[in-house]
Structure formats: C-alpha cells, structure tokens
Design a protein around this ligand. Structure first.
Ligand code: AMP
Ligand code: MG
Length: 328
C-alpha cells in the first residue's frame, strides 16, 4: 500500500522467484513492466489476446498502433514471421541482441491484436538480462510497447514507470536499474525490396547501409508506415520548445516567469530560471534525455526550453527526432 492507502504499482527486485511470478502473470493474461536496454516495456504474452487488450487499455494506446514482439533470438523470431531471409540473418548476427527492430511479414499464428491487424510484425531481441530472463521464463515472445501513457515521455527507470502508472493497482515493475541506451530501438521495415528506417535509433543508417546497401530513411512527416511515430510523441505535460543557443538567451531575457532549460552549459541560464545540464556526447545525452524531461516536467514551470543539440551524426538525428516530437 502507498502512503495514501492506495494500492500502487509494485517495484520488484528481479530474482528467479519474482521473474517466475512475472511470467505466471503474463501467462494468465496479465501485464508486467520490465527493463530493456532501450526503455522500460509494458509487456503481455504475444499469444494472449486478453493481455494484449490490457496493454492497450493501460497505455491508452490507439488500437491502430502495433506492438513490438520481444524474442530471445532468431529462432523465436522465425516463429512469428513468414518472411525470414538472408538480410535478417546478416542483420541479426550483427545487431542482436540489441536495439534493432525488424518489421517482417506476419506469420498466421500471430494474433491480429499483436500487430494492430497489420500483415506485418515488428520483432526485437533485447539485450537486457532481465528482459531475456522474463521471455525465457514465459517460453513465448512478449509484446511490449514503451511503458508510458500513449504520447507521453518514455520511462527509463522503474521509478519512472511507477510514476507513470501510479493509478494502476499492483502493476508489477521489475527493477533493472536505469536503461543503458535510453532511446527506443531503430525500427527497420523489411517488408519491401528496399529497407526503410521507420524510426531512427542508436543503430544508425550508416551501420545498416554497410550491411544492406541502400536504406531509405522515412521522413518524420510520413506516418502511415509506422503509426506510432505520429508527430506529437515523447511529450511532457508542460509545453516544451526546441531553441538554438541564441534564441535561448533571448527567451530567458524576455521571460515573465521562470522556465526550466535543458542546456549544455548551466551558465547560459541565469536565475530565476533552472538549468538541467545535458551531456555533450550523443550516447550520454540519449541515456539521460527522458529522465531529464520528466524532471523538468515535475517542476511545473510554464515552459521547458530545450537547447538544440549541435551534433549531426546519426545518433544525434535520432535524438533530434524525439526532441522534435516532444516539442511538436
Ligand atoms: P513503442 O514500442 O511504443 O516504442 O512503439 C513501437 C513502434 O514500432 C511504433 O512506432 C510502431 O508503429 C512500430 N511498429 C510496430 N509494429 C509495426 C509494424 N507491423 N509495422 C510498422 N511499424 C510497426
Ligand atoms: Mg513508445
């Protein structure tokens, strides 16, 4: 019981016993939140329509936004698709386990609810040992979107998941510590002859190009291929704006109320404004992004200003993609 007498989510230390209990919950058509190296997931047994319904209900996720199925490796993936090919072999040898999701033709055995009725299925093989232990204990794939309310900031710690679903009685949250990557997986569509990146991530286009030849990057504005990538997403409740360093100085000077700022140097932010200093490196920035957005949101200022990152490599592009949606 929480302090107020309300039943709260339960943050649970992963042990063989608690992982077995979590697998039993999934088997019974329940949902469990668990860590992955990208962000925390809200999982159901891929073959449990009841569990899948519960994920959509808890997340308030639009019914047309499909889920990613999490497997232990290529054999688990091959069960879910009729389209496993040599590209999959090459890619999974290089990037699995890890933050690369493959969209492939759906096998008939996969429930329509797991793919929002699409003829394709998204499959990923997580690296996080707790995610792997849970899939192993269940003996089936786990379909899981990010553990946040639809459109809101993703969660990268067990505490953030519990905050996000504070009203959900007894939701089990396996605590795997802070996520090592902190950004959602790269989603690669392989259902057409030319591979397409539907969502950029820490597995970059350059890395994929090196293995596959031409890879298209779906522009941010094109949404129909991957419905969950709609323009407003990853967004705090507080209005957020992406600004250049120059714009930032002007905004802070003219502001009538204190703002909170995600910036690279706290000296840019005079009182009464509050700075949250972000790392200069893309990997570290990604790792801290969602926790920083949540911290900024919790301050309940009139606005969150986010300094535009200067970097332009592929990982910064993935970060910018999230920042644009958080501020859309
Ligand atoms: P989330 O797990 O909440 O980060 O969202 C999963 C992402 O994968 C969303 O952007 C989905 O649109 C995308 N996705 C999942 N399944 C498919 C699919 N069959 N085809 C295209 N995109 C997909
Ligand atoms: Mg998400």
């Amino acid at each position: 019981m929480g302090a107020s007498g309300v039943l709260m989510p339960r943050i649970v230390e992963p042990t063989p016993q608690t992982i077995e209990a979590a697998a039993a919950t999934l088997r019974a058509g329940g949902v469990v939140a668990f860590p992955t190296e990208t962000v925390y997931g809200l999982g159901a047994d891929t073959f449990s329509p009841r569990g899948l319904d519960r994920v959509y209900e808890l997340k308030q996720r639009p019914a047309d936004n499909p889920l990613i199925a999490h497997v232990l490796g290529p054999p688990g993936a091959q069960r879910l698709t009729s389209g496993w090919d040599t590209r999959c072999e090459v890619l999974t040898q290089r990037f699995w386990p890890g933050p690369l999701t493959l969209v492939l033709p759906r096998a008939l055995s996969v429930p329509a609810r797991a793919t929002a009725g699409r003829p394709s299925v998204a499959i990923r093989c997580p690296r996080h040992p707790i995610a792997r232990d849970l899939i192993d204990a269940l003996g089936d794939p786990i379909s899981a979107p990010s553990a946040n309310r639809s459109g809101h900031v993703s969660a990268t710690s067990a505490g953030d998941v519990a905050d996000e679903f504070a009203d959900v009685e007894r939701l089990m949250v396996l605590d795997g510590g802070p996520c090592a990557v902190g950004l959602e997986s790269t989603v690669l569509d392989l259902t057409r002859p030319e591979p397409r990146i539907l969502r950029p991530g820490s597995v970059t286009r350059m890395e994929l190009l090196a293995l596959l030849g031409p890879v298209r990057a779906e522009p941010v504005e094109r949404q129909e291929a991957s419905p969950g990538t709609s323009s407003r997403h990853y967004a705090p409740n507080t209005p957020a704006e992406l600004v250049t360093a120059e714009q930032l100085a002007a905004r802070l000077r003219d502001a009538s109320e204190p703002a909170v700022v995600l910036c690279f140097d706290r000296r840019q932010v005079p009182p009464p404004h509050t700075a949250i200093e972000m790392p200069q490196g893309a990997g570290d920035y990604a790792k801290q992004l969602y926790a920083s957005l949540r911290r900024a949101d919790a301050m309940k200022r009139v606005v969150i200003l986010i300094e535009q990152p200067p970097g332009s490599n592929d990982v910064w592009l993935a970060i910018l993609d999230r920042l644009r949606r958080a501020t859309a």
